[in-house]
Design a protein around this ligand. Structure first.
Ligand code: MN
Length: 709
């Protein structure tokens, strides 16, 4: 018995050690600060009456002039482009009107993902309001797959459909459409990349097709469907009538499809989110209630993490039709029934996901994960609708490219998710001789493979990654907009910050950093104590929450200083608004030894203040001429700090850039001596970050630290 216990102790401590090693590796993130553009930020800040830090965030997003910034901050419906600028719009509208007039049966042909479901619902609701005779069709994910298929089209012909309008699919359906001939009119609306040869259809609406001058190329499928609705509405009710009734649905599809939230997409989502908050849509209302979002602030995160997975779940597990039904129903009871169904399906999906994730982690136990460059995992009958999500989770956890392969009847179907440095599509192309089929893009792809080739693929991808990636490519990068003094965070600041929303793909939330903030309390919170809560010894902000970062806790010591990467947010609880920082990363500020090292590289605030005060003391005594060594000696005796002449020179440059002193070589020229005179103390509060040399200094210190962490 004794022996066995000992044995298990050894095994578990080895495992524990491995996992600790792993967590340490995972925690290490590189902090990368955007270059500060003080002059421009200052200019924008004054012209738009916004904080300089907000202006800098705009600049970081490529918005560098007043007009662009104004449009970005206050974008509204006036930025919607004319739907008739889409090639094919007039022809499509004309044919649909004709169908409405003679009550021909129209079928909307959609897709089982959230984009397809919402596109279908938006067009269905619009056509119903225009008194069309309309139905919809969503192919089954498992038995039919994505896009148009001949059997489904023939079935539609047999049941009396005269006009098919596709949403979120159809642009590649040359073969499927060709044999239909004139038995059916087809209007294609899609947003996927068109192939070189387009299908023969009555009209094609796709902003990416050749010859389409529409300015917004990145619309989701639901965005394209919405433009068609807008076009129809304008035809019936004139140019002046705005048609924005279903933007709540449009926002859900646009966020879920992960198209860039810039330009028209951003406006659609911005207005749509507002509409969601007070939605009249019975299905959405019921769904919000089921997932506990009723009455809460709904942002793009609520769509991405709560609403979309539930709509997606029905398409993944059973029938996506229920998703469309939910969005179009006018019956409150039915809406609740469907919302519960979706929620239940999502629970099923979560459980399948958990069990596959557990099996994947089990396989990883037998692999040297630290040494692997690409993780290739395979299992019998892993649910094909869920392996992509599991692959994403593993990428989040291990920060390595992951391929999850589900084996069914001797054939492997895989979902690939990658890290930014590794182009998985190009890598698969290089392995195409091992694959039966593959497709996708840089960060996500799919493949089919025969079983014997799986180990070969693993080997080939690992050596490819070993050749092309460096160790640094496996360190996640945290991009920081600017160093933000906590005193800057105020109600108006947060209001201005909110104008940059909605965040998401293509428009990430601004992220800030601060250094040397004393932390006086830490504790674990939440279920299974997964989250970390910190209390700061700071007048402006006291609370920091670090979601899912409990493992950082042992690395932090109370009553010492920390460095933080964060997003400021109001936390609303029981009617109380409380400012908190949502941490993206936390680390202990460098200890005194590292601090001393840092002071040999570049000056920080304290060091600059010491230089300033020392010079002030001399000037008071009427002394203006110095060698650098004199100042170094004086600072050393005053503060017990040894500065290098280099660092002192940088500090003097920073003070000069802030107009706090003038520094001239002494006349007659004597080697290494200067006349240094302080200017009268400035009245307004001093901002060190206005000095480019100070920015440079921060960067040098950051780089030094990143080598050490
Ligand atoms: Mn889509």
């Amino acid at each position: 018995m004794q022996k066995i216990t000992l044995y298990t102790t050894i095994v578990s401590s080895t495992l524990l050690w491995r996992s600790i090693n792993f967590i340490m590796a995972k925690l290490k993130k590189k902090w990368r600060l955007f270059p500060a553009r003080h002059q421009l930020a200052n200019e924008l800040s004054q012209k738009l009456n916004i904080s300089e830090y907000i202006a800098q965030a705009l600049i970081n997003r490529g918005i560098t002039n007043e007009q662009a910034a104004d449009e970005f901050l206050y974008a509204g419906a006036e930025h919607f482009a004319d739907p008739y600028a889409l090639k094919g719009m007039s022809a499509a509208v004309k044919r649909i009107i004709q169908a409405v007039e003679v009550q021909e049966k129209i079928t909307i042909y959609g897709d089982y993902d959230v984009d397809g479901i919402t596109a279908c619902a938006t067009l269905y609701k619009t056509l119903t309001r225009l008194n069309a005779n309309v139905e919809f069709y969503i192919p089954d994910r498992q038995s039919e797959g994505y896009g148009l298929n001949p059997a489904a089209l023939h079935n539609l012909i047999d049941t009396g459909t005269k006009l098919v309008i596709t949403v979120d699919c159809g642009i590649s359906a040359i073969k499927e459409i060709a044999p239909i001939g004139d038995q059916l009119d087809i209007i294609i609306t899609d947003h996927h990349q068109p192939p070189s040869e387009l299908p023969v259809a009555l009209a094609i609406i796709n902003p990416k097709q050749p010859g389409c001058l529409y300015p917004e190329k990145n619309l989701a499928g639901v965005g394209v469907a919405f433009k068609l609705c807008q076009g129809l509405w304008q035809h019936y009710y004139g140019l002046e009538t705005k048609f924005f009734d279903y933007l709540d649905i449009v926002a859900i599809g646009t966020v879920a499809d992960i198209v860039p939230l810039t330009g028209e997409n951003r406006v659609l989502v911005k207005l749509g989110l507002k509409q969601l908050q007070t939605t009249e849509n019975l299905g959405i209302k019921a769904l919000l209630e089921v997932c506990g979002l009723r009455g809460k602030v709904i942002d793009s995160g609520s769509i991405g993490f709560v609403i979309a997975p539930r709509l997606n779940a029905v398409g993944r597990i059973s029938q996506a039709t229920a998703g469309v039904e939910l969005l179009i129903t006018n019956d409150a009871n039915y809406a609740h029934e469907l919302a519960n169904l979706l929620d239940g399906e999502n629970l099923v999906r979560q459980n399948i996901e958990k069990s596959i994730l557990a099996k994947a982690e089990e396989q990883l136990e037998t692999v040297d994960v630290g040494a692997a460059k690409v993780l290739v995992l395979a299992g019998e009958e892993w649910h094909s609708g869920v392996i992509g999500i599991v692959a994403s989770r593993l990428v989040d956890k291990y920060y390595k490219p992951v391929i999850m392969i589900s084996i069914h009847e001797g054939v492997g179907k895989g979902s690939c998710r990658s890290i930014p440095a590794f182009d998985i599509y190009t890598a698969l192309t290089a392995c195409s001789d091992l694959l039966t089929q593959f497709g996708g893009h840089r960060q996500a792809a799919g493949l089919s493979i025969s079983l014997p080739n799986i180990p070969l693929l693993r080997e080939r991808l690992n050596s490819l990654a070993a050749e092309t990636l460096s160790a640094a490519d496996y360190v996640p990068v945290l991009t920081i907009d600017s160093i933000l003094p906590l005193e800057e965070i105020s109600a108006p600041f947060l209001e201005q910050l909110a104008c940059l929303e909605p965040y998401g793909f293509g428009n990430p939330s601004p992220v800030f950093a601060c250094h040397n903030i004393e932390m006086k309390e830490k504790r674990l919170i939440g279920q299974q104590s997964r989250h970390l809560k910190l209390k700061l010894k700071n007048a402006a902000v006291k609370d920091v929450v670090a979601w899912n970062m409990a493992e950082l806790s042992p690395l932090l010591t109370c009553d010492k200083a920390i460095d933080l990467v964060f997003v400021p947010k109001y936390n609303e609880w029981q009617g109380q608004k409380n400012l908190q920082l949502i941490a993206h990363d936390v680390r202990q500020s460098p200890d005194s030894q590292t601090q001393a090292e840092l002071n040999r590289i570049a000056p920080d605030r304290t060091c600059i203040a010491q230089v300033y005060l020392t010079l002030k003391e001399y000037n008071k005594l009427g002394q203006y001429n110095f060698s650098l060594q004199t100042i170094v000696n004086k600072i050393s005796s005053n503060y017990n700090v040894v500065l290098s002449e280099n660092v002192l020179t940088m500090a003097l440059t920073i003070l000069a850039e802030l107009d706090l002193l003038t520094k001239e070589p002494q006349e007659p020229q004597e080697q290494g001596t200067f006349t240094i005179q302080l200017t009268p103390s400035p009245l307004k509060k001093l901002d060190l970050t206005n000095s480019p040399a100070f920015q440079e200094s921060i960067k040098m210190r950051e780089e030094y630290l990143s080598q050490y962490s």
